[in-house]
Design a protein around this ligand. Structure first.
Ligand code: TTP
Ligand code: MN
Ligand code: MN
Ligand code: MN
Length: 425
């Protein structure tokens, strides 16, 4: 008798937004293989293929146990012919020939290295690759004219590719809070993206900013950015205004999945001390009272998005020791800037939403990207509704459905509530 045969008879729903997908799961060997193929498809601008591999991987992430044989997969949704072939290969041989070939291909390695530069997308990377540029050093020497984002991306290449840790995210959060409260007292700041889903590291840190008095948040971003710049916290920023109201398409019909909030893509200068420990210097505890909303993904108590019940003062000084600190100081020591320095570059995304759209923005910016895609697909195909990071529109009743919490949005969509920590599809 093979273990775990019961998997086949357990019915698994086909949309990722109907399932609990924790960060840690039982099929990493299989999902790592499928993720390589997904990434390769995305880098080759074959979105459909990428989504198919991502859906297959997400299905495996949601299973309650390790898959040991292909017969356990019978009856499960989301597993296309190609994905099944790869899974079977890994189950039988330990590796997939296609995955190995992909991983070690010059094109995949080059595309990953080049798109790893902040400001470089798949199109640009592909053009450079076909000119024989395979890595940042090649690009540096090529004499290509780079835009401002790409120049800074190249300059801080190594450290921007170092993971951002949770303590670093918290330290950035303290800076963002000081900036926001300096220009708009009473504004609320929420950690979103991967960290809200419980990830311990990320490629950036994402924050959503709102204010309970609708309208007070208008024009907030330029003020926050000016404050941050004056204090020397920014290495780079690109702010885009809110284009939601001016849009002629109507809020429920975005031209793409991109939302139209006031938004800032930035690179922060985060202080570290000489020993590689992270220290955030500031005005001192007497002038700063942190109120960062508790978004601990394992407490399901933050049911109301604006609740402040669990907020507690954050430490003024963050000390990061061990492996990560060593990696940071190694990268900083070897950076192109002269000598080791006492700060590192960190990618930060800031988004401002009106209070009435907060729940939609929170849901839309918590991710994962596949979870978001599946939510919108569910809404359209199963409920005749259109979901965006701004609103939910019911096309049969021809009306917008209001919500002040994520729970209400799931309820409108006829879905069981899935907490952030289980949205790691
Ligand atoms: P990311 O920061 O790209 O991803 P992440 O936080 O899940 O992972 P990582 O740890 O690597 O940073 O995006 C966060 C969420 O924001 C994601 O669910 C999609 C959403 N998002 C938008 O809605 N619009 C956008 O333009 C971008 C870039 C992201
Ligand atoms: Mn992120
Ligand atoms: Mn949970
Ligand atoms: Mn981001």
């Amino acid at each position: 008798e093979k273990p775990g045969l019961e998997l086949a008879v357990v019915s698994v729903p086909s949309y990722a937004c109907q399932r609990h997908t924790p960060l840690l799961h039982h099929n990493t060997i299989l999902t790592d293989a499928l993720s390589i193929l997904a990434e390769n498809a995305e880098l080759s601008e074959n979105e459909g293929r990428g989504v198919a591999f991502r859906r297959a991987a997400a299905l495996l992430k949601s299973l309650p146990q390790e898959v040991r044989g292909a017969e356990q997969l019978r009856g499960l949704p989301c597993l296309g012919e190609h994905s099944l072939r790869v899974i079977k290969e890994v189950l039988e041989d330990g590796v997939s020939h296609e995955v190995e070939t992909t991983m070690h291909s010059e094109q995949f390695k080059a595309m990953k290295a080049l798109t790893g530069i902040f400001g470089v997308g798949a199109k640009t990377a592909d053009r450079w690759f076909r000119e024989g540029i395979h890595n940042p050093s090649n690009l540096q020497r090529s004499g290509h004219t780079l835009n401002r984002a790409q120049r800074i991306g190249l300059k801080y290449y190594d450290e921007l590719n170092l993971p951002v840790t949770k303590p670093e995210a918290v330290a950035i959060g303290q800076i963002v809070e000081r900036a926001v409260h300096a220009v708009l007292p009473g504004a609320e700041i929420t950690l979103i993206g991967g960290f809200r889903r419980g990830k311990q590291t990320g490629h950036d840190v994402d924050f959503l900013i709102t204010h309970p008095d609708e309208g007070r948040e208008e024009g907030l971003m330029p003020k926050v950015v000016s404050w941050l710049e004056a204090q020397g916290f920014l290495l780079y920023q690109k702010t885009t205004g809110n284009s939601y109201l001016e849009s002629k398409e109507g809020p429920a019909r975005p031209a793409s999945n991109m939302d139209r909030f006031e938004r800032c893509f930035s690179i922060f200068r985060l202080s570290t001390d000489n020993e590689g420990r992270e220290i955030q210097t500031g005005d001192g505890p007497q002038t700063y009272s942190p109120t960062l909303t508790n978004t601990d993904p394992h407490t399901h108590s933050d049911t109301h998005p604006h609740s402040k019940t669990d907020s507690h003062p954050l430490p003024q000084t963050l000390v990061v020791v061990g492996d990560h600190a060593q990696k940071v100081s190694r990268v900083l020591g070897h950076s192109q800037c002269s000598g080791p320095r006492s700060w590192r570059a960190v990618r930060v995304d800031l988004v401002v939403s009106p209070y009435s759209q907060f729940a939609f923005a929170l849901l839309g910016w918590t991710g994962s990207k596949l979870f978001e895609r599946e939510l919108r697909r569910w809404a359209v195909h199963e409920k005749a509704m259109t979901l965006s990071s701004h609103a939910l529109y019911d096309r049969k009743r021809m009306q917008y459905l209001r919500a002040s919490s994520e729970e209400e949005i799931f309820a409108h969509l006829g879905l069981e509530y899935i907490p952030p920590c289980d949205r790691n599809a």
